[in-house]
Design a protein around this ligand. Structure first.
Ligand code: IMJ
Length: 256
């Protein structure tokens, strides 16, 4: 199948480098004919995005630090003036202070709590608020989550709480935006080696456990995530909203 996203304007937020899940999604969406719009955090990510997309022809990228409301406002006013209509939005952004992923959960500081919730959850609400008026032909909004929201993943700590809030946000937003034919879903990815997994203690042990225990006997890839994202962004998933779709080689269904 090809051309599932022909003529669709899709905003992709959260590419940091070639290992980013957002980059896997961007490549799959591009292959299906999407017009991609990117955001980057700082100069380093801008350069890395330019390198990655150098063979994609002319690409459109805007700076956006989601901690800054004015950045988000500027982004969406640029998109409104240049494209008029938006069909898809991919939010692949999360951040907690590293001390909050290293110390015990109960030691989470108020400031660390606020940061994790602001960047990982409020940013999703903030972009949906501005995307809604541009999704005049219906739309599909997608975010990324992790099973640490519903089961304890040692060290995931405040990110687990933030992902639980993010998943609840998917449900509340899908309820409200449904009447405009805007669907809101999340992909819950299995563990994958990205910058966000760097520094996670024993990460290769975690990957090995999945390989051993998951029904598919392997870890997931950026291609797996890209294909699921194409499904969610396209009309193939027209009847689905408010859902948390596990793309984890089946790991989450297992008991002992
Ligand atoms: C992150 C921490 C602890 C355990 C973890 C993870 N496991 C996995 C992750 C088992 C798979 C990666 N993950 C799913 C995340 O959502 C990571 C988010 C994250 C990572 C960092 C690292 C660097 C930093 N802040 C971060 N904020 C969020 O300074």
């Amino acid at each position: 199948m090809s051309g599932l996203l022909n003529g669709k304007n899709i905003l992709i937020m959260g590419i940091r480098n070639k290992w980013s899940i957002a980059w896997g999604i961007a490549q799959a969406a591009k292959a299906q004919g999407a017009n991609l719009i990117f955001t980057y955090l700082g100069d380093r990510e801008k350069e890395s995005l330019q390198k990655l997309t150098s063979n994609m022809g002319k690409i459109d990228a805007y700076p956006c630090d989601v901690a800054r409301e004015e950045d988000i406002d500027n982004l969406f006013s640029m998109i409104k003036s240049k494209y008029g209509v938006l069909h898809g939005l991919v939010h692949a952004i999360a951040f907690a202070k590293s001390e909050d992923l290293q110390d015990t959960f109960v030691n989470t500081s108020k400031d660390g709590f606020m940061t994790a919730m602001d960047i990982s959850v409020y940013s999703f609400i903030a972009v949906m608020k501005r995307a809604q008026p541009l999704m005049t032909e219906g739309g599909s909004i997608l975010t990324l989550t992790y099973r640490g929201s519903v089961k304890v993943s040692p060290g995931y700590n405040i990110m687990g709480v933030a992902k639980a809030a993010l998943e609840a946000s998917v449900r509340y937003a899908s309820y409200e935006l449904g009447s405009n034919n805007i669907r809101v879903n999340a992909i819950s990815s299995g563990p994958i080696k990205t910058m966000s997994a760097k520094g996670v203690k024993n990460f290769s042990d975690i990957l090995n456990v999945v390989e051993e225990k998951a029904p598919l006997k392997r870890n997931v890839t950026l291609e797996d995530l890209g294909k699921a994202a194409v499904y969610l962004l396209s009309d193939l998933s027209s009847g689905m909203t408010g859902e948390i779709l596990y793309i984890d080689a089946g790991y989450n269904i297992m008991g002992i």
